[in-house]
Design a protein around this ligand. Structure first.
Ligand SMILES: *Cc1c(COP(=O)(O)O)cnc(C)c1O
Length: 391
């Protein structure tokens, strides 16, 4: 008989009762150091007092009124994101996939509004993950996400990761945009080189197409800058973000330059829940912390400690690990035995990590971790590795 919860997630056994900072407490009383952060969502850890304060204060005033009316907290969050980024304008929705879906719609609408409706195709990279809607699974192009859901939405071309010749060759008169994750997440914690990102900007300019970035996972401070593309010194035309933006409250956003944003005229898009007062109160509270002086520099510093320890472990246990990849606090440890064996051993040891493609163990801890949490986590990973090495 089918479970009441649709069986799309396997059958997890662990359940948590409470979260506090970088720790989760299971219903059986065990404490876990959470280096998964609900898949890079709890960027400020669990139950951050500043976020609780913002959410509960708003909950006592107004939950929802719809975008038929002005939402002052939404205007404020948009203004702050614009001030802190490349963007001129922001649209809020509720998830990463929805944000990417809008980016794709914007690429079409932008060219259509500029008299080029034939430009509707979007080029993406192998290994991409952009969400689970019909258009975003087509954008991702992964067979395992597409099978059984045909016909595949038209309008996507896929090129090899990091290959500029293929990218150039894929551009046609119908091309509207390039869409990439500066650091691929689900596909295996694979960072794009800064030179590749710079070249994508040049190619987009040369052909008059949009450069769109999916920073749903790598954005919002995770790499030690507000957005990962800042490391390359470039600006995209459109950017989708979500995960850590709400610190656990569902929020997504599309940030855009004036050109593509102004194609989104009144009535051309909408969201019932998007930008509602609760979500916006939390988003503003998240920004209070991420944009505070010194916060991102600290993320960078603690990330460097994590990297050097992981690189050390990878060298020490060459039969278990074969290298570290990613950026900042979005790190992948490439495994030799199936990554699930390491994920399971870490869980047993009290550390939560998440698998990712290419047999990676993914670590996307809360951005507030301290050196001592890194050291405690590494001791658990080392124990797991030494047991596996001995097998
Ligand atoms: C998680 C993720 C998405 C999808 O976000 P949802 O909130 O699950 O819809 C899209 N792109 C990237 C890069 C992601 O990591």
């Amino acid at each position: 008989m089918i479970a009441p919860v649709m069986p799309t997630y396997g059958a997890p056994e662990l359940a948590f009762e409470k979260g506090e900072g970088v720790y989760l407490y299971a219903s059986d009383g065990r404490r876990f150091l959470d280096f998964g952060a609900g898949i890079a969502v709890a960027g400020l850890g669990h139950c951050h007092p500043h976020l609780i304060e913002a959410l509960t204060a708003q909950a006592e005033k107004l939950w929802h009124c719809s975008n038929l009316y002005q939402i002052p907290e939404q205007i404020r969050l948009a203004e702050r994101l614009v001030a802190a980024s490349f963007a001129d304008s922001v649209f809020f929705n509720n998830s990463g996939g929805e944000a990417v879906e809008l980016a794709i719609k914007m690429a079409r609408k932008y060219h259509s509004a500029n008299g080029n409706p034939e430009r509707y195709r979007v080029i993406t990279c192998d290994g991409a993950f952009h969400g689970r809607s019909l258009a975003t699974i087509a954008a991702g192009g992964q067979e395992k996400h597409l099978v059984g859901f045909g016909p595949v939405v038209d309008g996507f071309d896929h090129v090899a990761f990091g290959n500029l010749n293929e990218m150039r060759a894929a551009i046609k008169p119908e091309t509207a945009a390039i869409l990439v994750e500066p650091v691929q997440g689900e596909g295996g914690i694979r960072p794009m080189s800064l030179d590749y990102l710079k070249a994508l900007r040049e190619i987009a300019d040369e052909f008059g197409i949009l450069l769109m970035l999916d920073e749903v996972q790598c954005g919002m401070g995770r790499t030690g800058k507000l957005f990962a593309h800042e490391w390359a010194g470039i600006e995209p035309d459109v950017l989708a973000t979500a995960k850590s933006l709400g610190g656990g409250f569902p929020v997504g956003a599309v940030l855009a330059k004036e050109g593509p944003a102004s194609a989104m005229t009144a009535g051309s898009h909408g969201s019932t829940f998007g930008g509602n007062p609760l979500a916006m109160a939390v988003g503003n509270a998240v920004l209070d912390i991420i944009l505070a002086d010194g916060f991102l520099a600290r993320v960078d510093a603690v990330a460097r400690r994590l990297w050097s320890k992981l690189e050390g472990l990878s060298e020490k246990y060459p039969t278990v690990f074969e290298g570290v990849s990613g950026a900042g606090l979005m790190v992948g440890l490439k495994c030799i035995p199936p990554n699930s064996t390491i994920v399971d051993k870490c869980t047993e040891g009290g550390l939560l990590v998440v698998g990712a493609g290419s047999n990676m163990v993914r670590m996307v801890p809360p951005l507030i971790i301290e050196d001592e949490h890194v050291d405690a986590a590494m001791a658990i990973v080392e124990k797991a590795a030494s047991e596996l090495a001995a097998e």
